[in-house]
Design a protein around this ligand. Structure first.
Ligand SMILES: [Zn+2]
Length: 717
């Protein structure tokens, strides 16, 4: 299947994922599939990544007559060049892959490069061990020759013309200092959430952008730095935008590798969030949650990738790609969580199923607290009238609040008060649009605002009407502003609006208790489970017995504000259908069965899909492992079970960082290219990791990658 596309063409294709080239040895393109001038770059990439040695609980059995033997993890230790592909189930040789097309002759067999090796019974067979045979007896064997080629390339400058310069020690020291200056500037700016580039970076510009300006100021404080910067050869200034990008990328990749090391052979959970940037491109952020070697629970931002669409299969493939790039396997996923509030609920459900199909242990326990209220609102919005109600409410409150700002001495405090108390703004931003996003948590005070807002609107209904009435006749306002106020009055003073207002208030009164409780970190599992069942029961009760009391409340509210009541026994006219074709439903039937019942069912459905029987059972079991009850537990189990219950949400420490992502997003996003932004986010969010790298580590890694622009061999060997 992999061969459907010619390798040359595949080699040209941009990848989705963490790295530029496929890492899985069973899927990657052979070196001779790349154009000649690209091959060294590809080789340098693979050398910097190292051999692909995935850990698996159970490696697959061999095929054919080989069904009783498997690959052994310990072989990696004995044969460091060995690689294994989870896709094909075969073993490969890393140096032979890199140099199977050798500069001169020495062609080995392609068993360990293209075909892959699977004859496990030939391993450990004394002198005849297939791995030993592959390595060969002499230093001149094809395999050993490949190893020496790898060593050569690691030590060789990317460009032959620099062989002469290379001997000049001073030039090397200077180049390292310049690169160190750039690295420190980039790191500082990224940690502080500042953009690197400026609008006008020409030498005449009075503001060349943060990065160049910072390089200048660093030069001011050190004669040494100033000198090397001024005397930089044109090809090794290390300040150009492509170099900035490469340095940032080197940082980001090192962060990802550190995360991979932290995970070790642990199982982990994935948390996925979709976001859309201002250019309407879909992006997917992937966070991993795991227990590190010291037993601490970690949540790390692994990657953010573009996806061409949001179909479940596309998302799943992208996730697999990112995991594989980082030598992680879907098989080791023990939990999955998604942002449930977005407009993508359908796709998430599809994705969840696809992942479960491949990994039955990837239990889906929806992050309970995470935007539960937004999710419930999103669910109720699937009833057209509820959606319309929310739109109308937001419109009216906007009219009031705009006038409060514009005209505060005239309209007095009442409008300002309404605007403050009925803040429905979050409803809009919470729908999963335009966010790096839902990663940004609404702050705690806003978290609970939706129920309060609805209550305030009901309570301040009269005040809102009187403000709108005054606006509608205020001659000092524009015709449009007066028109808006009149339009709002029309919307508010309808039976439909008042009906849905009360319905939402009833529903949210029930669910709000749950939403609030789940946010408390002190809540224990069994209490939470009780609360979830009682919420479901209360919702069901509302469905069974709530209609008459609701209607009474609505009627008396309407009478109070002189809103005309419809004839409940009259025929309901559906404007979306032509008069001749409308169904024979009464008005009462419409409100009771098309709105009341359906809106409630949507809530039940959402609650059931978040808190399914299976996940409830899992959590009940997990409660037994609660560290407060028992001392004899496996810390890994706690992560797998108990911690998954506590929100697939960010820890407090992360939350601060994520809060400021808003800043990055709005301010910097548009000025950055795709790869740029992604690397920036990884380094910025995982500063805790990135700050530990020394400049020298970054220089060496950057140098190994043999950038086309780095024209000096910086190690000076
Ligand atoms: Zn080999």
């Amino acid at each position: 299947m992999l061969n459907e596309v010619p390798t040359q063409e595949r080699a040209q294709r941009p990848r989705i994922g963490s790295v530029a080239y496929e890492r899985d040895p069973g899927k990657r393109i052979q070196i001779d599939g790349y154009p000649l001038n690209q091959r060294d770059e590809v080789r340098r990439f693979y050398i910097s990544e190292g051999p692909f040695q995935p850990f698996m609980d159970n490696y697959p059995y061999g095929e054919g007559g080989n069904q009783h033997r498997r690959f052994q993890y310990k072989w990696f230790k004995i044969f460091p060049w060995l690689e294994f592909s989870p896709t094909t189930g075969h073993a490969y040789c890393f140096p032979c892959f890199l140099f199977s097309t050798k500069p001169h002759g020495k062609c080995g067999s392609d068993t360990f490069t293209l075909k892959g090796f699977q004859n496990w019974k030939k391993v450990n067979d004394g002198k005849n061990c297939a791995f030993l045979t592959h390595m060969g007896q002499t230093i001149n064997s094809a395999h050993n020759f490949a190893i020496s080629c790898v060593a050569d390339l690691s030590n060789k400058s990317g460009h032959i013309e620099n062989v002469i310069v290379k001997r000049n020690e001073k030039a090397v020291v200077d180049a390292r200092l310049r690169l160190k200056t750039s690295i420190d500037a980039i790191r500082w700016l990224t940690f502080q959430a500042c953009s690197l580039r400026g609008h006008d970076e020409s030498p005449e510009s009075i503001n060349q952008g943060n990065f160049l300006e910072m390089i200048k100021i660093l030069g001011c404080y050190s004669k040494e730095v100033k000198e090397v910067l001024e005397n930089a050869p044109g090809n090794a200034k290390y300040t150009s935008p492509p170099v900035q990008k490469e340095i940032l990328n080197t940082f980001a990749r090192k962060v990802q590798k550190t995360i991979r090391e932290e995970i070790g052979n642990s199982k982990f959970c994935i948390l996925v969030d979709e976001s859309r940037d201002s250019s309407k491109k879909e992006q997917m952020a992937i966070v991993v949650r795991f227990v590190d070697k010291e037993g601490f629970i970690r949540e790390r931002f692994l990657d953010i990738v573009h996806v061409k669409d949001i179909a479940a299969l596309t998302l799943k493939n992208s996730i697999c790609c990112v995991l594989s790039d980082n030598n992680l396997s879907l098989q080791d996923v023990r939990g999955q969580g998604y942002d449930g509030a977005s407009n993508m609920r359908g796709e998430w459900n599809g994705l969840k199923a696809l992942i479960l199909k491949e990994c039955p242990y990837a239990y889906y326990v929806h992050c309970m607290a995470h935007q539960l209220q937004l999710a419930l609102i999103a669910a109720s919005r699937e009833v057209f009238e509820v959606h319309q109600f929310l739109q109308d409410a937001i419109f009216s409150i906007n009219v009031v609040s705009v006038s409060a700002k514009r005209n505060d001495e005239l309209i007095d405090e009442q409008a300002a008060d309404i605007a403050r108390q009925v803040d429905l703004g979050e409803l809009e931003s919470g729908r999963g649009l335009n966010q790096i996003g839902t990663l940004q948590r609404p702050t705690d005070t806003r978290w609970s605002s939706h129920y309060k807002s609805i209550c305030s609107l009901a309570r301040m209904f009269g005040a809102t009407l009187s403000v709108l009435r005054r606006l509608a006749i205020d001659r000092s306002l524009s015709v449009y502003a007066r028109g808006d106020a009149k339009g709002s009055l029309n919307k508010l003073l309808s039976f439909n609006f008042i009906f849905v207002l009360h319905l939402m208030k009833e529903i949210m009164a029930i669910t709000d208790t749950l939403c609030q409780a789940l946010q408390k970190e002190s809540l224990d599992i069994l209490n939470a489970l009780d609360l979830i069942s009682s919420t479901k029961e209360l919702i069901q009760k509302l469905r069974d017995n709530g209609w008459e009391p609701l209607l009474q409340k609505v009627n008396s509210f309407c009478q109070k504000y002189e809103v005309e009541l419809p004839d409940m026994n009259g025929m309901y006219v559906d404007l979306s259908k032509s008069r001749k074709r409308h169904d024979n439903t009464t008005v009462e039937h419409h409100y009771r069965f098309d709105i009341f019942t359906v809106a409630i069912d949507q809530q039940l459905q959402e609650l059931n899909s978040r808190f399914s029987e299976q996940s409830m059972e899992l959590l009940t079991l997990a409660a037994g492992l609660d560290p407060r009850n028992s001392k004899s537990f496996d810390i890994g189990e706690i992560c797998l079970l108990v911690e998954r219950f506590y929100p697939a949400d960010f820890s407090n420490q992360d939350r601060d960082q994520l809060e400021s992502m808003k800043l990055i997003k709005t301010d910097l996003r548009n000025r950055m290219g795709d790869g740029y932004f992604r690397d920036y986010m990884i380094v910025y969010i995982e500063k805790e990791i990135a700050k530990k790298f020394t400049s020298d580590e970054i220089i060496d890694l950057y140098d190994l990658l043999g950038s086309r622009r780095a024209k000096l061999k910086l190690t000076g060997k």
